[in-house]
Write a protein that binds this ligand. Structure first.
Ligand SMILES: Cc1ncc(COP(=O)(O)O)c(C=O)c1O
Length: 387
């Protein structure tokens, strides 16, 4: 199905997970929206944008089975996480639980708000290799104290590609009076999500990853009881508007100053486009991608002489495999030498990162509709000749 994307045919692209990749039909829709905007920017923002926003809210709310009155957008999951954290009124001594598999940028945001308030970040060490969900759930719940006010939990972890048992974690934390902020950066289109059922306080997730929307499209859903206190990162005209709570929420979130909303307005088209590619829609897409990631992981593990680190039930369309040896240095922003060699000498785009928290180095594969098993076999060959 690669012909639906404009990916470089000379590159074996095994990193959908970092920034997604957008089909040309969706990029064309984004260009159409931009042309509409530039044909009369005032009419666009005064009238067209209101309609397009309602369409995007409706489309993502239906996709996630969510209350549309709590659905809003941001340009990325980092922004969604910051929106929630920076709205919290923390007291000195409050505790926030963060697993050590968390995405560092979001973890940093937790550190920032905690330091400002004199609150404490309780980092929970989780294993990389594990055999069951209980090995993840148990240490996280054990970390709860009478001062715990929040847990930031991932749907799928970034450094370790682990599908978290987030449904159980949300239920367990919230039953103990601890709010959950769900980091679903890898959420829509990679794991089934039913927001009505989850009933989580806050969830933010990217549409530009596994829904293949253009870059700069993410959602933030806020449960009704948190809506009044959770303010957008940018305070704008809506703040002093006198209107109903529902209208005010829309105004405050939908207008945070002038920006290009074309990525967000292309979300309905991306869902429609992907669903038209595979009969069975996203359920079938997820199954296909997940099966391919597991098959690719197995090929690579066998070639490297190692075992899969997680059971299949904890693997989605991304799989992480640890590399031999240890590593405790900082990440090198010029790229890991193995990553650079795979790209320059073999034309393979695959992330290789150090993970200092566990003194490890690993690589992470992704699978999307444009990938095939032969590409992971090629990576296995490249790795065996490069290491
Ligand atoms: C778990 C997790 N959270 C947050 C992010 C940040 O996403 P973005 O760069 O779109 O803000 C990522 C990105 O890969 C991620 O994997």
């Amino acid at each position: 199905m690669a012909h639906h994307w404009s990916l470089d045919p000379d590159i074996t692209f095994l990193n959908h997970g970092s920034f997604g990749a957008t089909p040309t039909a969706v990029l064309d829709e984004q260009s159409r929206i931009r042309a509409q905007m530039e044909s009369d920017p005032v009419r666009f923002f005064e009238r067209d944008a209101v309609e397009l926003m309602a369409k995007s809210v409706g489309s993502i709310s239906e996709f996630l089975n969510a209350d549309r009155d709590g659905m809003t957008f941001c340009h990325n999951a980092t922004g969604g996480i910051n929106t929630v954290l920076r709205s919290l009124e923390l007291n000195a001594g409050d505790e926030i639980i963060v697993p050590d598999h968390a995405y560092q940028a979001c973890w940093n945001a937790v550190e920032f708000v905690a330091q400002r308030a004199g609150a404490k970040v309780v980092v929970v060490d989780l294993p990389f290799r594990c055999e069951s969900e209980d090995e993840i759930i148990e240490p996280l719940l054990t970390a709860i104290s009478p001062r715990t006010v929040l847990a930031m939990i991932d749907t799928v972890t970034s450094p370790t590609g682990m599908r978290m048992p987030f449904e159980r974690l949300v239920a367990e934390f919230q039953a103990r009076g601890v709010d959950v902020l769900l980091d679903a950066a890898h959420g829509p289109g990679i794991v089934p999500l039913d927001l009505d059922k989850l009933d989580v306080a806050w969830i933010t997730g990217n549409c530009h990853k596994w829904l293949c929307s253009p870059k700069g499209a993410a959602f933030l859903h806020i449960r009704e009881d948190k809506r009044e206190s959770t303010k957008p990162l940018t305070i704008s005209h809506g703040f002093n508007a006198e209107m109903s709570a529902v209208e005010k929420f829309r105004f405050e979130y939908d207008w945070q100053g002038t920006s290009d909303p074309s990525a967000i307005f292309s979300i309905p088209k991306s869902i429609e486009t992907l669903e038209s590619m595979v009969s069975g829609g996203f359920e079938a897409i997820m199954e296909r991608n997940n099966n391919l990631a597991r098959a690719g992981r197995d090929v690579l593990c066998e070639s490297l002489g190692t075992d899969a680190p997680h059971p299949d039930s904890m693997v989605t369309a991304m799989a992480t495999i640890d590399l031999p040896g240890t590593y405790d240095g900082p990440p090198d922003f010029r790229g890991d030498p193995l990553h650079n060699g795979l790209l320059d000498d073999w034309g393979i785009q695959v992330p290789v990162f150090p993970w200092p928290h566990h003194e490890m180095r690993y690589f992470r594969i992704s699978s999307y509709l444009y990938n095939s098993l032969a590409e992971y076999e090629y990576l296995a060959q490249a790795l065996s000749e490069s290491m």
